[in-house]
Write a protein that binds this ligand. Structure first.
Ligand code: UT7
Length: 322
């Protein structure tokens, strides 16, 4: 039986960290460091300089993941980029990334749009490709430049997000790495977090910025993250005490703490990067995973519960052993 396994991780954050006070001053936001830290846990985030696109961030994250896996770009036969802030409408960010990596082997490459749960969706899809036998080595990427879709006059959203990319190399393996994945969506809730504007005839129509009903999103997130975690553990035949680490989507420290509590997981088992990265949407889970691996917290043989939730509404989880 073919399984899929994560063999390398990588990530990239652009520029220097921007603290709450500096952000507030730069954009004239009616807010305070105290409010942001108390309500979200966020202290700093990274913002991509003008001209930097999601594929630029993804490129470095992928190079680092490939190096960690001991692989060359041309070993890769599948690239999935989870992003809601693609370089252009088309071609896909994945094909742009494929070119930047110097891959010319004609492998598959495509984008996947599931907003903050995008990496979980991409990992699940890549796992299914590999287990089917059609592909052997994938780059699964989350890459975002959310700063491009923020309305700096909307203090309820602009202080929350950051830019970055994370990637894993996922390879065919005899032993299970990815034990189970679970994906869900409920489009009835699509209005509580959206970018409703669109292009028509070359002109932007409607509101091009991210809008969110924060409290509605908060309540929904806490509920479904615990449910999907239970589902994926049951599917894998594992219990919470067999989970070494929880790597949740990094949106708000209070959501992460509430999820860990509902799952009866000690807070120390929860990987936290939201304080330094903010919410990087599809990039947040692979960014947090890579940081945990590189700092030596998470190591080979550890069982890790990954999960994400966001616009759509869409959510998902994966249980993996590294
Ligand atoms: O990645 C997708 C998932 N996204 C999320 O998970 C985000 C989920 N939601 C949240 O994290 C929280 O709901 C927020 C951090 C967005 C907001 O926190 P909250 O505790 O739910 O605050 P609130 O929306 O109830 O607002 C409380 C007050 C309001 O003022 P009034 O009406 O009480 O006078 C807001 O206008 O805080 C005000 N406020 C702010 N004040 C200072 C909202 N944003 C700010 C701000 N600085 N940046």
């Amino acid at each position: 039986m073919i399984h899929s396994r994560i063999t390398g991780t990588g990530s990239y954050l652009p520029g220097d960290p921007v603290g709450n006070a500096a952000l507030i001053a730069a954009y004239g936001i009616e807010s305070s460091d105290e409010w942001i830290v108390e309500r979200t846990g966020i202290r700093t985030r990274h913002l991509a300089p003008p001209g930097t696109a999601a594929s630029d961030l993804a490129l470095v994250a992928c190079q680092r993941a490939l190096e960690a896996a001991g692989r060359e770009p041309n070993d890769i036969d599948l690239i999935i980029v989870a992003t809601s802030t693609p370089d252009v409408i088309f071609p896909s960010t994945a094909t742009i990334l494929q070119d930047k990596l110097g891959i010319a082997n004609g492998g598959a490459a495509f984008d996947l749009q599931a907003v903050c749960s995008g990496f979980l969706y991409a990992l699940s899809v890549a796992d299914k490709f590999i287990r089917s036998g059609s592909h052997r080595r994938a780059l699964v990427v989350g890459a975002e430049v959310f700063s491009r879709i923020l309305d700096w006059r909307d203090r309820g959203t602009c202080v929350l997000f950051g830019d970055g990319a994370g990637a894993v190399v996922l390879e065919a393996s005899d032993a299970p790495g990815v034990h189970a994945t679970a994906l869900h969506a409920d489009g009835r809730h699509r209005h509580i977090l959206s970018v409703a504007g669109h292009l028509h005839g070359g002109q932007p129509f409607g509101d091009p910025f991210l809008r969110m009903d924060g409290q509605a999103v908060f309540k929904f997130a806490v509920k479904v993250l615990a449910e999907v975690a239970e589902e994926v553990m049951a599917a894998a035949g594992k219990t919470a005490d067999q989970v070494d680490w929880l790597v949740p989507h990094q949106a708000n420290i209070r959501i992460m703490q509430a999820t860990a509590k509902r799952l009866h997981l000690p807070q120390e088992k929860c990987i936290v990067t939201v304080d330094r990265h903010g919410n990087t949407s599809a990039a947040s889970v692979p960014l947090a995973l890579d940081e945990a691996v590189r700092t030596g917290k998470v190591g080979a043989g550890d069982t890790v519960l990954l999960e994400g939730v966001g616009g759509g509404f869409a959510w998902g989880a994966a249980l993996v052993t590294l």
